[in-house]
Ligand binder design. Structure first.
Ligand SMILES: NC(=O)C1=CN([C@@H]2O[C@H](COP(=O)(O)OP(=O)(O)OC[C@H]3O[C@@H](n4cnc5c(N)ncnc54)[C@H](OP(=O)(O)O)[C@@H]3O)[C@@H](O)[C@H]2O)C=CC1
Ligand SMILES: O=C(O)[C@@H]1CCC=N1
Length: 264
């Protein structure tokens, strides 16, 4: 696959790492306006780092856009005359509707909107995708790419804002929970490194249990909570302090913020 990542910042480079580690690219163009800081990515051999978006588009078939929302329209204008039947446009840009993309490049392009997260760099992204009408012919391709870098599902475009909160911002939410657990473990006597290791691997174990069993979380909680035991004591104290409620409120606040800033 000949892929270009237009906008190689936090997310763009996470995608690049995932693609390279999983051997998913023949050639990879990485673009940004100031490419000097990422020049060392060319050491991979099949990677070209450049500020020339047009050259990247000419040399690639799959174009992954990972710039800030305010930068995307101008870039589409810049490259639209180069687009042809070989190109598949994959946007990761928050709140940038397919209709708005089509208004610049036309409806006769394969357009996919995606919402991955930074765990794509380690092949563990939960990625939601949707497409324009023509793009439906390329959703299998997009899914194949994102499934190599984690798990993907197709959703209606109206749910992309919610997917952004749960999957993309979600990485930060889970990180904060892991950090809080680490702080608790340090207070109980583990050193910081050990504490983080215990928190990370327990978190991974919990998620893996659900993924592999298909169980509801409460079913697994029931297996752990000994009557009159320490687990239920801890869980109830957390709930008295609003654990579930504060998570839900945070998710809804994040969603409301997207509604304010996004053009949907
Ligand atoms: N970060 C995340 O976890 C996620 C982000 N997203 C979405 O992905 C997009 C990117 O986010 P993020 O990676 O955090 O943002 P960053 O600001 O880290 O990256 C944006 C990149 O775009 C480059 N850029 C800006 N203008 C141009 C241009 N004209 N041509 C080429 N490159 C350009 C910038 O580099 P330079 O200034 O050198 O040009 C920068 O490296 C956003 O729309 C965000 O909503 C979606 C899901 C998760
Ligand atoms: O925080 C943000 O607005 C962007 C979108 C999802 C992740 N980062």
């Amino acid at each position: 696959m000949k892929i270009a990542i237009i906008g190689s910042g936090n997310l763009g480079l996470s995608i690049a790492k995932g693609l390279l580690v999983s051997n998913s690219v023949t050639t990879l163009y990485l673009t940004k306006r100031n490419p000097r800081a990422i020049k060392s990515w060319e050491d991979y051999g099949n990677v070209t780092v450049t500020s020339d978006n047009r050259e990247a588009v000419r040399q690639s078939d799959i174009l992954i856009f990972a710039v800030q929302p305010g930068q995307f329209g101008g870039i589409l204008e810049e490259i639209r005359d180069l687009l042809n039947e070989k190109h598949v446009l994959i946007s990761t840009i928050t709140g940038f509707k397919i209709k708005k993309i089509e208004s610049v490049v036309g409806r006769d392009q394969y357009i996919i909107r995606s919402m991955p997260n930074t765990a794509i760099s380690v092949g563990k992204s939960m990625t939601c995708i949707c497409s324009n009408e023509k793009g439906r012919q390329r959703t299998d391709l997009a899914k194949a790419i994102f499934n190599k870098l984690g798990t993907s599902i197709e959703i209606p475009e109206e749910q992309m804002r919610a997917a952004t909160v749960i999957c993309a911002s979600g990485i930060a939410f889970w990180m904060r929970l892991i950090r809080a657990t680490t702080q608790g473990a340090i207070q109980l006597g583990f050193d910081a490194r050990e504490a983080q290791e215990l928190a990370m691997h327990t978190c991974m174990g919990a998620a893996t249990l659900l993924v592999e069993s298909g169980h509801h979380p409460e079913e697994e909680i029931d297996r752990v909570t000994t009557p009159k035991g320490c687990t239920i004591e801890g869980l109830n104290e957390m709930e008295h302090s609003g654990l579930s409620s504060s998570l839900i409120k945070g998710i809804v606040a994040s969603f409301n913020k997207i509604n304010q800033i996004a053009d949907l």
